[in-house]
Design a protein around this ligand. Sequence first.
Ligand code: ADP
Length: 166
Amino acid sequence: MPERLAIYPGSFDPPTYGHLDLVERATRMFSRVVVAVARNPEKPGLFSVDERVEMLKATTSYLPSVEVDAFEGLTVEYARQREAVALVRGLRVASDFELELTMAITNQKLLPGIDTVCLMPSEQYLFLSSRLVREIGQLGGDLTPFVPPEVSQRLRQKLPNTDPER
Ligand code: ADP
């Protein structure tokens, strides 16, 4: 059977259990899943792209069909280069839907033949976002329910406000 490669693009600043939930779901549908960190020179973010890639590699290493990469520019251009059959995105709340629909239709226009597969996470991750994690980290809250240990460790190093004992 030919390889069916999907790209899961995003900022992943930082990766959360919500992202990982989606990666696992995607591995059940596609023979190869590329988690692709979008480089956006206008939005440097909290973690560098290299740091995000490292965290994603560390936290998905138990999934043999997953690859982690970074790209710059149009997602569809990267998808074309990788010969992807689909883009994976996540849907949590109603507000995600409008944005994802707009992006999916735009990407279809730019690259006919590419489909966006939107996956819903487990209920416990429905209200989880990288922004929330950054805020909790900045305020020194416990990150254990939201991100894997590799990520909370990096957040503690990055954000001096967090409790080093935690
Ligand atoms: P972007 O800046 O491209 O939205 P994110 O890293 O925030 O990048 O998210 C990448 C994708 O993962 C988006 O489709 C987003 O909706 C989805 N996502 C993020 N967190 C979750 C979560 N907790 N559950 C399901 N999907 C999620």
